[in-house]
Design a protein around this ligand. Structure first.
Ligand code: HCR
Length: 384
């Protein structure tokens, strides 16, 4: 029945939260939600989901040719979906409402070198507050791999579910031993948040996303229950060689399965393609300041008391602290306006259109034909 998973004392506020979502379209993060649905983690930590299987990321560099690399990129991409979209259900019982990052919020971390895979580094910056936009770079320098991307969301409500259109994209650059650089454009799937009525939201992926590069276009189609395999979290990936991009003479490959469990080749190969059961490794947060200290804008320091309050059920402290942070931000914006200045980003610079997105997107006629991008400024780590 309705609100089954909602603590009795919060059912009223859950119903009003749902009502406000139903009549609202835009930036969901600004709506006040009842305590049981709050997550102690800020959205700036989410880019870490791209690399919780760092071995699969590193394996992209070890592929023998473009075709092999395309499949290695797809394999790593599929491996990230379970972490990106189901991990909160596993760790907290349902999808939760993340903390809404402040402008300039930072998160630094890494996955240490192991089994010759090299050190993988993560840097995240909140590049916009309204609407929330998060930019990130994930780099494995020893393997010549660099992923740069940004994320924003547009939400709407339809038939009892929240529909989240992801805005933004990522570009993976592979520096090959020959000295050439191969680029892969990665677009993002649409999300549907179901289970709201019961108070236990979870994500289903919908529509399509693309990986374009390495002489191939990989079209990934997402379906829930009752489609290709009749199971939740199903996908079908069609990898098509593009003659004009170096894919001439290569064969089409089709893979089907579920993105949180297993998938198999159904054309152009045989057997299992991916098994997501491999152990995941959470990022090790590091301080971005001198001597590894965390600065006041680093997410785990900034939200420490709010997160503690949420974890320990002390919602009064959590909400008092959250208001303090938000008021401080409002004051900062007012001061900037009065002084005629604007906030300066630390690591990224916005570019109105992305030439890599335009060039590769054209190959699969993706819409929109261009998107803005956040270019990483090569100033990290700071030179001593
Ligand atoms: C939609 C969402 C915020 C955005 C989250 C994104 C899209 C962020 C980028 C990551 O790479 C992937 C990702 C995963 C999350 O599933 C998605 C969040 C799910 C819920 C949250 C809403 C703003 C909160 C809605 C409130 C509900 C749970 C009641």
């Amino acid at each position: 029945t309705a609100g089954d998973a909602v603590p009795a004392s919060q059912r009223g506020s859950w119903t009003s939260f749902l009502k406000s979502i139903a009549s609202f379209s835009g930036d969901l993060s600004s709506l006040t939600a009842p305590p049981f649905i709050l997550s102690p983690t800020s959205l700036t930590e989410f880019p870490a989901y791209w690399c919780e299987r760092p071995d699969l990321f590193a394996a992209i560099a070890d592929a023998k040719d473009g075709e092999d690399r395309t499949l290695a990129v797809l394999n790593w991409f599929i491996s990230t979906l379970k972490d990106q979209y189901t991990s909160r259900n596993e760790s907290m019982g349902s999808e939760k409402k993340p903390l809404n990052p402040v402008l300039g919020e930072l998160f630094y971390g890494n996955w240490p070198d192991k089994n010759d895979r090299g050190l993988t580094e993560l840097l995240v910056e909140q590049v916009s507050h309204h609407p929330p936009i998060t930019a990130y770079i994930i780099e494995n320098k020893s393997k010549g791999l660099r992923l740069v991307g940004h994320n924003a969301q547009k939400t709407s409500f339809s038939a009892g579910s929240i529909i989240v259109k992801q805005i933004g994209h990522a570009v993976l650059t592979v520096s090959l031993p020959s000295g050439t650089k191969e680029e892969y454009l990665i677009t993002l799937p649409r999300l549907r948040i179901d289970g709201l009525w019961y108070g236990s939201p979870y994500i289903e992926l919908a529509e399509t996303s693309y990986i374009i590069g390495g002489g191939h276009v990989s079209l990934i189609e997402y379906k829930g229950k009752g489609y290709f395999s009749g199971k939740s979290h199903s996908f079908k990936a069609t990898v098509t060689p593009m003659p004009g991009m170096g894919g001439q003479g290569k064969k089409e490959t089709v893979i089907e399965g579920t993105w949180h469990e297993k998938s198999q080749f159904v054309k152009g190969g045989s057997g299992d393609f991916h098994d997501v059961h491999a152990v995941k490794e959470q990022v090790s947060p590091i301080g971005g300041g001198e001597g590894g200290e965390m600065g006041d804008f680093e997410t785990r320091k900034l939200w420490a008391l709010v997160a503690k309050g949420i974890r320990e059920g002390d919602f009064e402290t959590a909400s008092k602290e959250k208001s303090r942070i938000e008021n401080e931000q409002r004051q900062r914006r007012k001061d900037e306006q009065a002084a005629g200045t604007t906030w300066e980003l630390k690591h990224f610079a916005q570019l109105e259109s992305d030439p890599v997105y335009e060039r590769l997107g054209k190959v699969a006629k993706i819409v929109p034909p261009t998107e803005d991008t956040y270019v990483f400024q090569e100033n990290w780590p700071p030179v001593a």
